[in-house]
Ligand binder design. Sequence first.
Ligand SMILES: Nc1nc2c(c(=O)[nH]1)N[C@H]1C(S)=C(S)[C@@H](COP(=O)(O)O)O[C@H]1N2
Ligand SMILES: [Mo]
Length: 526
Amino acid sequence: MVARRGGRSAFVVFAAVAGVISGLVFLAAAELVALLVAREASPVLAVGSFVIDVIPQPLKELAISTFGEYDKIALLVGLGLAVVIASAVAGVLQFLRPPLGVIALAVAGALSVAAIVTRAGATPLAFVPPVIGALAGSVALSLLCRRLRAWQRSVATPAVAAEPSDDSAPAIDRRRFFVLAGIAGVSAVVVGVTARAVTVATSSVEAIRQRLRLPAPRSSVTIPDGAELDVPGITPLFTPNADFYRVDTALTVPTVDPAAWRLVIDGMVDQRIELTFDELLAMGLDEYAITLTCVSNVVGGDLVGNAMWLGVPIRDVLRLAGPQADADMVLSRSVDGYTASTPLSALTDDGLDAILAVGMNGEPLPPEHGFPVRMVVPGLYGYVSATKWVTELTVTTFERDEAYWTPRGYSAQAPIKFSSRIDTPKIGKTVSAGRIPIAGVAWAQSVGIEAVEVRIDDGEWQRATLSTPINTDTWVQWVMEWDAAPGTHYVSVRAINKSGELQLEEPAPIAPNGSSGWQRSLIAVS
Ligand SMILES: Nc1nc2c(c(=O)[nH]1)N[C@H]1C(S)=C(S)[C@@H](COP(=O)(O)O)O[C@H]1N2
Ligand SMILES: [Mo]
């Protein structure tokens, strides 16, 4: 090898390598400290953004026309090359004219500090990562260059044989340089890449959601005494988020950063309105208990759930835009393109709590339930009202526009057909003879449940005991004690709403506007 013979040019190459390794140490230490104290203060990204800002517009356009959608990658690659070249030069300087290399790193640190602290949104500790990075890089550079010079000296000292053996002084000094260079280089790459990956992963929308603290509601829902029955096997009054049914057309759950979210209200309005997430929250949040139902719920099915929502009335948001008199529909649109057609009157009616919800059962909306904002409208099936990840409300007419499901075999308008369900005893599970509860839930959103009736086999319809309703928009629980005799029995249930209507007996499939019929289950008693 040339260096063994003391060739000065070879040592200069190693000095350049030492410089590049020190540059990596600089960036890795800065990334690690940025992760810990100031996430926005990554020198690579801050300097990159700075460069984007200072590049003159014609040059920017040239970059976009040359690299197209890869312009940002091109910038980062260019920046990476510049860092490699500059740190190689710093290495050579430090080797030939110490401490010029360390001074160069200090200048690089100062420039990154300037780029970082002048960025919008920089936190008070934003200067720390580049300072620590420059310090770490300088220590690495001066140690590496010291070892390189020791190696150069021992090669130059003609005390030993012309071809030194492996444990001669030059060999030992060479090994000491490579060991340090190896350790510094490998740990810089490992630490830098890991810190960057952790930063990216924990800055994800899910992490943003975890950190999000919604303002306290101005008003909360009072849960009356007796709202929840104590019956084993009955559906809980509120459905935990993890158990809440999920229905949507989204292949992967859309991720929407609340900071980038906008709600546009347009169409037949006096004035187009655009709201940010903070502006929506600033309108004031209230609690709403509303039971959601899917049109695909079959009689006795479980595509229905009850939640405590936190939100803003849609009528307040629409009022900002001023819907025009001849409009009769709001076409809500999700970030994933899904649309729902809701009668304008259902959203503007003062007596109906149609809301833009941001919270669900005490937390921000779960991603799969529409984070950061969704619609919830009492009394209408989800597909015509409950748009998740909602981003646009277009005021229009049923004649002019249609929603996602309308050309796919479902009605443009679909009020919920009120219904009742048996939760216990479970179908297909044998129960022991004796006194047992038959219990379940019943819902008639926006009207309310007046009564639930149960029939055993071909007997009389008997009134069940109801839980105290929270309001007319939530389901109620019902229970009836039954002296179960051995054998098989049919248990049927039906509800009566507060308008005095009886639940539809005529069975209907889910399409085009929801199932109907009375649930009748066969129960085996032993
Ligand atoms: N963006 C979007 N929103 C949507 C849907 C959808 O497919 N995409 N499905 C709707 C339907 S059919 C129902 S029943 C409800 C279900 O809401 P959940 O999944 O939170 O229970 O969301 C509604 N909102
Ligand atoms: Mo649905």
